[in-house]
Structure formats: structure tokens, C-alpha cells
Ligand binder design. Structure first.
Ligand SMILES: Cc1cc2nc3c(=O)[nH]c(=O)nc-3n(C[C@H](O)[C@H](O)[C@H](O)COP(=O)(O)OP(=O)(O)OC[C@H]3O[C@@H](n4cnc5c(N)ncnc54)[C@H](O)[C@@H]3O)c2cc1C
Ligand code: FES
Length: 358
């Protein structure tokens, strides 16, 4: 059947299956039987460290694979509510039939804890398409420097595995920061890769052992400044800013490619623009005094539970209508006061009085 015919047939089935999309009916028969949606069954579960879980997923036929470094939206239903988060497949890009996610459970992290503690082999998760610009270039670098911290190891290990699988012969160095040796997922595989390949080096630094080896510029000497080096960075905000500043000091910022899993949403305090105003959540008839944080954080502090996914302006799960007032986008600094506009409440902070439809 051609894809055009399949699509026409799908539209016809969907039209007759109203009020719900056809996938809503199919999931009663078998959640892995889908017309449009991509889903994935958990076929493997491993606790590599005390804070992580590695889930191997078998996706439905719609999955198109990923490029090393990209991320996917994963959704799961907890107490009747669907939650969305993003994870970077850790497997090599050559595998199109399985996806490996390594999730670090944050102490107060709702979904990361759920995935570690409650998701079991046989469970089915929702899956988005792989996306993101943090990828290995098609023309592989002459020298690849991968720098990661904590959960940020996932996209870079996908890059490392991809290069190893394709028989890449040019130098690749992974510099990884973890709390302790026991907190490094894939530790045995990393050692084996470095042993088996002359061109692969792995440098591990531990930040919570007696030598407290936090990032210092010397860790990258001879690596990032080598001819043809390209640097791929993913980790906590402190590591990201220290490495970015180091590359800027060396005049090598153009070599840096990076991805953050979280952003700093602390209010920017400007003495000429004091934080004032009242946030009105009109749907729930709730108010709170503006404290300068994002609308999402202030709404949560006021006891509301708005939907969100990435908390950093990627996914649009958190949009709500700003009925009136002015907001500042914390990523771009832009001010906007058009009435009745959909805004992403995770990256917008009120400037004065704001009425938001929450
Ligand atoms: C592009 C992208 C790729 C990602 N890939 C991975 C991955 O491969 N593996 C992985 O473990 N995680 C990854 N993440 C992070 C993941 O999506 C979730 O943000 C994380 O699991 C926390 O979700 P939660 O529901 O447990 O926390 P929530 O309940 O949503 O938040 C609880 C608290 O933790 C804070 N928090 C949220 N996210 C983080 C974070 N990343 N670091 C520190 N504090 C945080 C929140 O501000 C809040 O205070 C990725 C995120 C993005 C944007
Ligand atoms: S939660 Fe993803 S854009 Fe706001």
C-alpha cells in the first residue's frame, strides 16, 4: 500500500471513529497497535547506579531512529494524568529497532523517580520523534572532545558508541564528571571501549570524593586546543558555564556545541526595574504577589499544577493565555504585552500585574 493510500485510509477510519482519534480505540485492544502515534514497550530495565535506571524500549513501526545526540519526548500516565519529559537516547544511532534511555532520578523529581521506581518491563510509554541540533556533524570532526556531567552522559555516549560502531579512526576523548566512581553509568563499557580502540580515551573526574575534582581548565589542555577539535558539552549548569567560559578564554567558542537539560530560571534583579505586581490566575480565581520567577514556578508555589514538559521553552506543553499584562521572556529578554496571547509560562516572568488563564 502506498503511503498516500495508507494516509487516506487512516483519515477515513479516523473520520468514522470520531469523537476520538483511532489510536484511542486501538489502545484498548493493544497499546502497541497504533495508527499514528509512536509508542514503545519497555523490554529491558537495569539499575546501573544508585540513582539511574536504564530502560530499553522497543518502539512501534513509526519510529524513524535518531541521530547521535538528539532527544525524544517520553510520556507516561501517572494517576490518570499524562506527563511529558525529554530524554536523550544513549544507544548508537545505527540501531533503529531499540532505544536505550538512562534516566537519573532527581531527589524531588516526579517523573524521573517514577521511571526508576515504578516503570517495569512490559509497560508502554508514549514517544515523540527524535529531534534537536546537538548532533555529531555528518562530516565527522578530526578530533572529537565529549564533555559531560551527571545525567548529561547520555547524548555523548550515543556519540561515542556511534563513532565506535562506524569504525571512526580519528581521536575521540570523553571527559566525564560524576559524584563518585559508583555514579558512572556505562563505566565498564567505557573502560572496554578505551581498551579496545587506540583512538578512544576516557577521563573520569569525581566531584564528591576526597580530591573533589571539579572542572579546571587543565582538564581540557591539549584536547580542545588541538588542531581540528570540536567539543560537545552536556551537563549541569555549573559545568556548562565553566567549560563555555574556558573555551571563550581560549578564543575557541566556535568549536563548542552544547545542550542543557535544565536552565537557570532565577529572576534577574534589576535595581532600576523593581519586581512588582500581582499575578492573577483567572481560571482558578487565585492570585499571588509577583516574586520575579517564571509564571510556572509562581503558579506552582501558589498551589496550582499547570502542565509542563521541558521547563525550558522547548516543548510548548505549558502554554497558557496571557489575558493582560506584560511578561519578559527569560531566554531572550524580550518584553511582550499583547492581550490574549498564548505564552510559554516556563520561560516567561511577569513584569508588573499579569492575568494568566490558569
Ligand atoms: C533535551 C533534554 C534531554 C534530556 N535528556 C535526559 C536524559 O537523557 N537523562 C536524564 O536523566 N534526564 C534528561 N533530561 C532531563 C529530564 O527531561 C527531566 O527534566 C528530569 O528527568 C527531571 O524530571 P522530573 O519530572 O523528575 O523532575 P520535576 O518533577 O519536573 O522537577 C523536580 C525538580 O527538579 C528540578 N529539575 C528538573 N530537571 C532537572 C535537571 N535536568 N537537573 C536538575 N534539576 C532538575 C526542577 O527544577 C524541580 O525543582 C533531559 C532534558 C532535556 C531538556
Ligand atoms: S514546559 Fe516545555 S515549553 Fe514550557
Amino acid at each position: 500500500m502506498t503511503s498516500r493510500l495508507a494516509s487516506l485510509l487512516g483519515n477515513l477510519v479516523e473520520a468514522t471513529a470520531t469523537p476520538y482519534p483511532v489510536d484511542r480505540y486501538l489502545e484498548f485492544v493493544n497499546p502497541m497497535l497504533t495508527w499514528r502515534e509512536t509508542r514503545a514497550k519497555v523490554v529491558g530495565r537495569e539499575l546501573q547506579t544508585n540513582r539511574t535506571v536504564t530502560l530499553t524500549l522497543a518502539p512501534t513501526r513509526q519510529w524513524k531512529g535518531h541521530t547521535a545526540g538528539q532527544y525524544v519526548e517520553v510520556s507516561t500516565v501517572v494517576d490518570g494524568v499524562r506527563h511529558r519529559r525529554f530524554f536523550s537516547p544513549a544507544n548508537a544511532a545505527q540501531s533503529h529497532t531499540a532505544i536505550e534511555l538512562t534516566v537519573t532520578a532527581h531527589d524531588d523529581g516526579f517523573i524521573s523517580q517514577h521511571l526508576r521506581e515504578h516503570v517495569a518491563v512490559g509497560d508502554v510509554l508514549g514517544l515523540g520523534e527524535a529531534t534537536g541540533q546537538f548532533v555529531l556533524p555528518a562530516e565527522r570532526p578530526e578530533r572529537t572532545i565529549l564533555v559531560s556531567g551527571g545525567s548529561g552522559i547520555t547524548p555523548v555516549i550515543s556519540m561515542l558508541r556511534t563513532l565506535a560502531t562506524e569504525g571512526h579512526r580519528q581521536p575521540v576523548t570523553l571527559v566525564h564528571y560524576a559524584r563518585t566512581a559508583e555514579d558512572v553509568p556505562y563505566a565498564a563499557e567505557l573502560a572496554a571501549l578505551a581498551d579496545a580502540h587506540d583512538n578512544i580515551d576516557v577521563h573520569l573526574h569525581y566531584t564528591r570524593t576526597t580530591d573533589r575534582s571539579h572542572f579546571i581548565a587543565a582538564h581540557l589542555d591539549g584536547l580542545v586546543d588541538a588542531d581540528g577539535a570540536q567539543v560537545f558539552l552536556c551537563g549541569p549548569p555549573t559545568l556548562m558555564s565553566a567549560v563555555s567560559a574556558d573555551l571563550a578564554d581560549r578564543g575557541l567558542s566556535a568549536r563548542l556545541h552544547s545542550e542543557a537539560f535544565t536552565i537557570d530560571t532565577a529572576p534577574v534583579i534589576d535595581p532600576n526595574q523593581p519586581i512588582t505586581g500581582t499575578l492573577t490566575y483567572s481560571t482558578t480565581e487565585t492570585t499571588s504577589e509577583n516574586d520575579g520567577r517564571t509564571i510556572l514556578e509562581q503558579a506552582e508555589a501558589a498551589g496550582l499544577q499547570p502542565e509542563y514538559g521541558c521547563r525550558m521553552g522547548i516543548c510548548f506543553s505549558c502554554t497558557a493565555v496571557r489575558k493582560s499584562g506584560c511578561t519578559r521572556n527569560i531566554l531572550t529578554g524580550e518584553l511582550d504585552s499583547e492581550t490574549d496571547q498564548q505564552i510559554q509560562i516556563c520561560v516567561n516572568a511577569p513584569v508588573g500585574d499579569v492575568d494568566i488563564e490558569l
